[in-house]
Design a binder for this molecule. Structure first.
Ligand code: AMP
Length: 223
C-alpha cells in the first residue's frame, strides 16, 4: 500500500449478501466513512431532488442508474475531507467503466484502492434472504425478520421509525438485480483481481464470522 494512501476499501457482493451489515461493522471498527451509492440515491429520492427523480425510475425497475450520473456523485463525495484517511465503498463500482473511472479519480489525488472484499453466496439463499429484509427509511439501518430482528417488531432499533420493505426487494426486481450483478458487476472482481487486490469471503456464515474474516484481511492491508 502507498504511504498516506489511507484504507480505501471496496465491498462487493450480490444483493442481499450482507454488505450493509458488514459495512456498519467495518466503519465502526476502522473509523472510515461509509459511501453507499444506494443510500445516496435513496436520500435523493426522499428529498425529491432532480437526481432522485432521475434515479428512482431505474431503481424501482431494478436497473442500474447510468454510469455518468453515478460516477459524478461518487467523485464529489470522495473529494470531501472525511475521505482523506480512507473510505468504504459499498455498491460502487458496479460496472467496469465505474471501476476504471474510480481508479483514475483516485490516481488524480495520489490514492489507490487498498483492498476489495468480495462477499460470495449462492443465488437460492440470497432470494430467500431478500424477501425477509426490512429497512429503516429514516436512518437506513437494515434488518432481517429471520436472522437480524429488530428489538420491537417492525420498529428501527436506532431511530424508532417504522420499518419498510424496499420496492426493489420483490422476487421479480431481485432477479433482475441479480442478473445485472452477474453480467455487469462480477467482472470488477477480475479487474481488481489482476491487481492482486481481491479477497473472497464466504457470506453464508454468521455475521460475526464474516466480520472476523473481513477483519483479518483489512488488518493485513492496514499494516
Ligand atoms: P443498493 O442499495 O446498493 O442495492 O442499490 C439500490 C439501487 O440503486 C440499485 O439496484 C441501482 O438501481 C442503484 N445503484 C446503487 N449503486 C449503483 C451504482 N454504483 N451504479 C448504478 N446504479 C446503482
Amino acid at each position: 500500500m502507498k504511504e498516506n494512501n489511507g484504507l480505501n476499501i471496496i465491498l462487493m457482493g450480490p444483493p442481499a449478501a450482507g454488505k450493509g451489515t458488514q459495512s456498519e461493522l467495518i466503519i465502526e471498527h476502522y473509523h472510515i466513512p461509509h459511501i453507499s451509492t444506494g443510500d445516496m440515491f435513496r436520500a435523493a429520492i426522499s428529498e425529491k431532488t432532480p437526481l432522485g427523480l432521475k434515479a428512482s425510475e431505474y431503481i424501482n425497475a431494478g436497473l442500474l442508474v447510468p454510469d455518468e450520473v453515478t460516477i459524478g456523485l461518487v467523485e464529489e463525495r470522495l473529494g470531501k475531507e472525511d475521505c482523506k484517511e480512507g473510505f468504504l465503498l459499498d455498491g460502487f463500482p458496479r460496472t467496469v467503466p465505474q471501476a476504471e473511472a474510480l481508479d483514475s479519480m483516485l490516481a488524480k489525488s495520489g490514492r489507490q484502492i487498498s483492498a476489495v472484499i468480495h462477499m460470495v453466496a449462492d443465488d437460492e439463499v440470497l432470494i430467500n434472504r431478500i424477501t425477509s429484509r426490512r429497512v429503516c427509511p429514516n436512518c437506513g439501518a437494515s434488518y432481517n425478520v429471520v436472522t437480524k430482528k429488530p428489538q420491537v417488531e417492525n420498529v428501527c432499533d436506532a431511530c424508532h421509525h417504522e420499518l419498510i420493505q424496499r420496492k426493489d426487494d420483490t422476487r421479480e426486481a431481485f432477479q433482475v438485480r441479480l442478473d445485472a450483478y452477474r453480467a455487469q458487476t462480477l467482472p470488477i472482481a477480475e479487474h481488481y483481481g489482476k491487481q492482486g487486490l481481491v479477497s473472497e469471503v464466504n457470506a453464508l456464515q454468521s455475521i460475526d464470522a464474516v466480520f472476523s474474516d473481513v477483519e483479518k484481511i483489512l488488518d493485513e492491508v492496514n499494516g
